[in-house]
Design a binder for this molecule. Structure first.
Ligand SMILES: *Cc1c(COP(=O)(O)O)cnc(C)c1O
Length: 229
């Protein structure tokens, strides 16, 4: 087997074991393979192993791969910081965007989403570890943004996303993921129909699954160590 095939199998094993400990069906957790910095060939290789959903952080880089791989039935997730001059690329080429944190950006993406395409699936990014340098709305601010997004016809609000500050402390990992789950539960209680918690990466996917992740975004554990971020 190739490395990607072996790695994908190992990640699926981790997801299955974590789901079992959480008493959840493994099918409740979708895997987004984060392919940033990796060439289209690697993505095609992962697809040949049955992986269909891929995450990218840079619009320019992603567009080249999306074009090259247009013959494959892939699902593209935008997970990086969003600059206003890149909203059109996201609106036209992706099925998901996980990193919405401003109403102005949501409106731009909505307005650029072609009418022939279904509404773009959206997650609001929340800064659950409170680092000043990190992206995401402050906890509590997700409600206003959720209201704004729900009013936009070409967007479909699916849930929340977080990238907590890395820590080897599994207890701290779980508390931050639990916080995101509580914020999502709060929105559901307020009447929003949400089904997605996008949380967990190569180093902390078990903690995320124990706290209810429905989508994990995994790069390094599948493709190997990146040269650059
Ligand atoms: C790079 C990245 C990932 C994947 O991180 P790994 O540690 O390589 O698994 C997940 N989510 C986001 C938003 C990323 O930028």
């Amino acid at each position: 087997m190739t490395t990607i095939a072996t790695n994908l199998q190992a990640v699926h094993d981790r997801i299955r074991r974590a789901a079992q400990s959480a008493g959840r069906p493994p099918s409740a957790i979708a895997l987004v393979a984060v392919s940033k910095t990796w060439p289209a060939e690697k993505i095609a290789e992962a697809h040949a192993c049955g992986q269909n959903a891929f995450g990218e952080n840079y619009v320019q880089e992603a567009m080249g791969k999306i074009t090259r791989l247009a013959h494959l039935p892939l699902e593209w997730h935008f997970i990086g910081p969003i600059q206003s001059n890149k909203t059109r690329g996201i609106a036209e080429h992706f099925q998901w965007v996980h990193s919405v944190e401003r109403e102005k950006i949501a409106i731009r993406i909505n307005d650029a989403r072609p009418a022939r395409l279904p509404p773009l699936n959206v997650c609001i990014q929340v800064n659950v570890s409170g680092q000043a340098s990190k992206s995401g709305v402050a906890p509590g601010d997700e409600l206003a943004l959720a209201r704004a997004i729900t009013a936009l016809p070409q967007l479909r609000l699916r849930g929340l996303m977080a990238i907590p500050e890395p820590t080897p402390d599994a207890g701290v990992q779980r508390r931050r993921f639990a916080r995101l789950r509580e914020l999502k539960d709060g929105l559901v209680a307020a009447g929003f129909a949400l089904d997605t918690l996008s949380m967990g990466m190569s180093d902390d996917l078990e903690a995320a699954i124990l706290e209810g992740a429905t989508m994990v975004r995994v790069g390094t554990a599948i493709f190997g160590r990146r040269q650059k971020q």
